[in-house]
Ligand binder design. Sequence first.
Ligand code: PLP
Length: 354
Amino acid sequence: MAFELERLVRENIRKLVPYSSARSEFTGHAGVFLDANENSFGSPLDTNYNRYPDPLQIEIKDRIAEMYGIGRGEIFVGNGSDEAIDLLFRIFCRPRIDNVIICPPTYGMYEVVANINDVPVRRSNLTNEFKLDTVAVQDSINANTKLIFLCSPNNPTGNLMDRNSILDFAGSFRGIVVADEAYIHFSDEPSLVYEINGLPNLVVLQTFSKAWGMAGLRVGLAFANERIIELFNKVKPPYNVSKPAQELIRTAIRNQTTMHETVAKIVDERKWMAANLDIYSFVVKVFPSEANFLLVKTRNVSEVYNSLLDEGIVVRNRSNITLCEGCLRITIGTPEENQALLAALTKYEESIVH
Ligand SMILES: *Cc1c(COP(=O)(O)O)cnc(C)c1O
């Protein structure tokens, strides 16, 4: 069946008259702004943030558009990519009627946001090698399936999903395929952003939280066909990205080479850590990773986890999630942090052999 965006969108959203902010009703030049109930006197801060920010984040979008060779209209900037995930549900999924497909083990927010929006989730697990089970995903699709979430590189497994499978899904599915590329900068794989032109139902998510190192600013991106981005803009809160966040993102993009240097360091550390973690007797497997973390399967995982906590080191215990029994997810830190982790594991190893 062909992809028809109009039929996919919830009726209330299709008919929605969006909020029209003071600043978007005015075009032209003016020096006196008494239209938005702002405080013209300023604030207790040194820098004045008394004016509302650009609702469409044009300057950021133009820089990103240039970076990827796409149009400004194909970019959504959100309050974290988590905002984009939530908007996808609100635009496309009728509560209790439509459903979405996720492929566990994967990012927990897809399911949480589904639950918040009262949208049923269909789980099509990855295989034991953490690959997409494309037949199972196909079988999970029914007439009310609106979104398929594919995370590549996947959190918490760290591996890429097969690119051609993602593209095949996007080519054949009449709903939306969401490719979450939160970790793409740590991988050698080219982004799927370059594919949005040919695929009107592909939404690619990226974030400034990981490779860019700006999790505290809460800025994420969605890339898609202009008609989908128009829907995001219609539904999002008018001023969803704050002015300081917009300014700092612009500065960061200007210093893009620093990001690439940091990413290269993290990738080097990841390789070094993978080799070093493999040595411990209690480590069963270090899974290959294309992200900024390693999934590590151990014996007596709770004991390992607690021995790290005793040394003041927190990792993520993923033991209770599908296919991840005995697994810790360890973020790659600075060389000092990584060495502290290895020292703590060495101490644990000594405690179990003696
Ligand atoms: C960290 C992460 C995000 C990022 O979310 P933000 O809201 O942009 O911080 C998105 N998807 C996955 C899979 C992640 O691991």
